[in-house]
Design a protein. Structure first.
Length: 282
């Protein structure tokens, strides 16, 4: 798998920050900064040769949008899908939550193109709307699929908050998830082991967009660097950072800006995503 340049991920975060700043300080559902974010990500994918589609839905009297991007080729009866939410809360620009996951999967998608990789499986990427209103966009997407199209999606990987300023290195636990999830968990754990990072398993339950896929019986997985939870002293010993302090003190706040990102965590997670994609896509 290619090494994803963290400089490229950070440049994307700068763009999302600029979009928020030009649109009242946020990228929330129903606000102009959200659609501007969708259009910006879409333009990069279109230029790289992805087949993109914007799926609309309605919530709280406003239109929401999911951006779906397919990489042409591969076995369309065996789809590997990666996603993350592109909306922020209305309180701030949402750079760690979830500019980080959004920008990381974008750079991994662009690396598929630049590497010339020809995956055995079909690759699909998604940027979800209205996650912050209750997983609305991802749920709409899964519910909109025909039974056949749903059954073609064999794996869904979710990335929501991958650059927390006081980071943890969490991999979604396969426990209680559809069978097939264990393989995803192990591939992500293996990547962190290979770079000498001791990851921990976390039960993210229904807290992010993988939940709609899991409910449909699709194997899921992902990584996470922590939100409002408090880093323990044992975690600070193995990961560095500050014990007794939240992984992300700016979670859902106006200070979730480009200053609220740990570049090492961002880099390691972007590389973990690439590693998982290359390993799982075959
Ligand atoms: N989905 C949560 C949010 O956007 C963050 C989160 C991600 C929590 C993953 C737990 C696990 O606010
Ligand atoms: Ca890297
Ligand atoms: Zn629809
Ligand atoms: Zn959030
Ligand atoms: Zn989030």
């Amino acid at each position: 798998a290619p090494d994803i340049p963290v400089s490229a991920v950070r440049a994307d975060l700068d763009q999302l920050q600029s979009i928020a700043s030009a649109n009242g300080g946020n990228r929330a559902h129903g606000r102009p900064g959200y659609l501007a974010s969708v259009n910006w990500v879409k333009s990069k994918l279109d230029a790289a040769g992805f087949t993109t589609r914007v799926q609309s839905f309605s919530r709280n009297g406003a239109t929401g949008y999911n951006l779906i991007a397919d990489w042409p080729g591969g076995d369309t009866d065996d789809v590997l899908m990666l996603g993350g939410h592109l909306d922020s809360v209305s309180a701030g620009p949402g750079i760690n939550d979830n500019g980080t996951g959004s920008a990381s999967i974008l750079e991994v998608a662009l690396a598929v193109r630049s590497s010339g990789f020809q995956p055995r499986r079909h690759l699909r990427f998604a940027w979800w709307g209205a996650e912050e209103l209750g997983l609305v966009g991802s749920t709409h997407y899964v519910n909109s699929l025909s039974t056949t199209d749903r059954s073609r999606i064999k794996t869904y990987l979710n990335f929501d908050m991958t650059g927390s300023p006081n980071p943890g290195y969490f991999v979604y636990s396969a426990s209680g998830q559809p069978s097939g999830s264990l393989r995803v968990q192990q591939v992500l754990q293996q990547y962190f082991s290979s770079i000498g990072v001791q990851s921990e398993l976390t039960s993210v339950g229904g807290r992010s967009d993988h939940a709609a896929f899991a409910r449909a019986g699709i194997p899921v997985g992902g990584t996470f660097t922590g939100a409002e939870g408090i880093k323990t002293s044992a975690q600070a010993q193995k990961w560095g950072g500050q014990a007794g302090v939240a992984y992300d003190r700016c979670y859902h706040r106006s200070c979730d800006t480009t200053a609220n990102v740990n570049a090492t965590a961002l880099d390691r997670n972007a590389d973990a995503i690439a590693s998982a994609l290359w390993t799982l896509a075959g």
